[in-house]
Design a binder for this molecule. Structure first.
Ligand SMILES: [Zn+2]
Length: 114
């Protein structure tokens, strides 16, 4: 029993196109292999745009989720006032310092602790 030609993969990877095609012409094993390969790569070419479209859709969904989460958390932040710096800046145009709250402060505006 004649072994199947094993040259195809080696030629495909390490040799140039002309050598590969020359071998394919005279070797039925590799011709069959090559046809199989080109069918697979044709198939890949066909499904590629579909996968890219799917991936784009997923990315758009992710962005949409991130944006709605940002809006949602922004609203929650405004309601419960978790970040006084931001709400102070919005309300008074500046971040309020300790002395603005009526606390005793030193010359640098730091809270005075006695
Ligand atoms: Zn061969």
């Amino acid at each position: 029993m004649k072994d199947k030609c094993q040259k195809y993969e080696g030629l495909f990877v390490f040799s140039d196109e002309a050598t590969l095609e020359a071998h394919i012409k005279e070797c039925p094993d590799c011709r069959a292999e090559h046809e199989k390969m080109s069918k697979v790569s044709e198939l890949l070419q066909e499904v590629k745009p579909y996968y890219i479209a799917q991936r784009k859709k997923k990315a758009q969904m992710k962005i949409a989720c991130a944006i709605s989460f940002m809006f949602l958390s922004g609203t929650v932040l405004g309601l419960v006032n978790l970040n006084p710096d931001i709400s102070d800046t919005l309300r008074y145009g500046t971040v309020l310092e300790a002395q603005d709250y009526g606390f005793p402060v030193d010359d640098y505006g730091f809270l005075l602790v006695e």
